[in-house]
Design a protein around this ligand. Structure first.
Ligand code: PNS
Length: 159
């Protein structure tokens, strides 16, 4: 059985993330979407538990997806679960510059490999932070995030 971890802060999951997870399932039997971050930290729009719940809802139609969270080093999670592959999406050369040292550091630490999937052109400009900013000022975020996430963001900003 081949397993890969797709890590990120997912604050919140976007349609771009969802596309990467869906496509990763064509190459791995199981994909663990791993929300990284400290649960006691209050930074971010959603708590870690809320992010996990939103991902569970958004991926409920996909077979082979597991959702988990982790507060420590990513490679400690992959080692503990005997996983040798990470999956990341690349939207642009900026993402590449950001991801390259992390992939190399993770490989140096434990030998875990990072597989990069190029983001579909439809989702190239979508990010969690830009989506939140547009929503904060009342802009239209439909089509950028799954339906349930859309509603959850709206609810956050209506309070
Ligand atoms: O989607 P993001 O927020 O850019 O994801 C970055 C993430 C979560 C993959 C990275 O910050 C991470 O791996 N965090 C866990 C702590 C860790 O292992 N840091 C060292 C990375 S070399």
């Amino acid at each position: 059985m081949t397993i890969a971890v797709c890590p990120g802060s997912f604050d919140p999951i976007t349609n771009g993330h969802l596309d990467i997870v869906t496509r990763a399932l064509r190459h791995f039997d199981e994909v663990i979407v791993l929300v990284t971050g400290n649960p006691t930290k209050t930074s971010g729009l959603f708590t870690i538990d809320e992010r996990v719940d939103l991902i569970r809802e958004a991926t409920s139609h996909l077979e082979g997806v597991r959702v988990d969270s982790w507060a420590g080093l990513l490679v400690d999670y992959t080692t503990q679960h005997d996983i040798s592959a990470l999956i990341k999406g690349l939207r642009s050369s900026l993402d590449y510059e950001y991801e390259l040292p992390m992939a190399q550091m993770n490989r140096r630490l434990t030998g875990v490999d990072t597989y990069f999937l190029l983001t579909d052109e439809k989702y190239g400009y979508i990010s969690s932070s830009l989506t939140k900013e547009v929503a904060k000022y009342g802009g239209d975020i439909s089509g950028l995030v799954p339906e349930s996430v859309h509603d959850a963001i709206r609810e956050k900003f209506s309070n």
